[in-house]
Design a binder for this molecule. Sequence first.
Ligand code: FAD
Length: 262
Amino acid sequence: MIIVVCIKQVPEIADVKIDPNTKPLIREGVPTILNPFDEFAIEEALRIKEKQGGEIIVVSMGPSQAKQAILKCLAMGADRAIHLTDSLFAGADTLATASTLSKTIRKFVPKFDIILCGKQAIDGDTGQVPLEISELLGIPRISGITKLEIEDRKVVAHREIDEGYEVLESKLPVLLTALKGLNEPRLPNIRGILSAKKKEIKIVTASDLDSNTNQFGLTGSPTQVVKIHTPEPRAGGIIIHEDDPKIAVNKLVQFLKKERIL
Ligand SMILES: Cc1cc2nc3c(=O)[nH]c(=O)nc-3n(C[C@H](O)[C@H](O)[C@H](O)COP(=O)(O)OP(=O)(O)OC[C@H]3O[C@@H](n4cnc5c(N)ncnc54)[C@H](O)[C@@H]3O)c2cc1C
């Protein structure tokens, strides 16, 4: 079973700020972590490999710091990684991201069986990238899975929906996105951490994928951020303190009339 796991390094969300001029998130100098949903994806890949054998290839597009997240996946047990890193990839919207990841998979892991992703990244939060990858590669997808069984080159997945869950079946190859509850991600142990440093991390740049580099990053992105703002803090409410409820109700009615609510 050849399993590709797409992972993203994300800022610790509490520390994120927005650049008021160029709009995207300010990522420089902010502590980063492996996107939590991607931990469920990598753990599931490890469990599949433990049962069925095979290889796990981690793919990530991001700046040089993304290596930390890649190393964590290798320490957990993934076999090797592909790190897409090039200033030409900067400013990519979800379509340019998905297109770059699909080209990479097609070129470097053409015979995959399963692609596992997180359901969403906790910074961008669109949940679009995996679905776009499946479209671009022309394979079926099941998003938001909380349980997975694989038998006879067929997956059966529980997918969370508003009313509960639905059970979907797909043949391979398939793309799956992982939700909390799918599993309990393991912590890398010391042996894993040490062996991660010896595993292959292939660096891929834009020109390794295509000679027309205009299709990557900002120039290859049809989306433009038009406006972005943080919500105004809410003004405090008015509290009517009266021991006598009749007086309190009277005051409330007067207030509502004054505000033309009554
Ligand atoms: C105009 C514009 C400019 C932008 N500029 C930048 C920029 O300079 N730098 C930047 O980091 N972001 C930038 N972004 C945001 C960037 O488009 C998104 O972060 C990215 O496309 C992923 O979308 P998302 O975070 O919503 O991921 P989601 O779709 O929510 O992610 C779901 C899953 O897809 C996979 N995935 C997502 N992104 C990656 C990745 N990079 N590598 C591997 N797997 C992945 C992971 O499995 C993840 O759990 C920009 C966006 C716009 C619109």
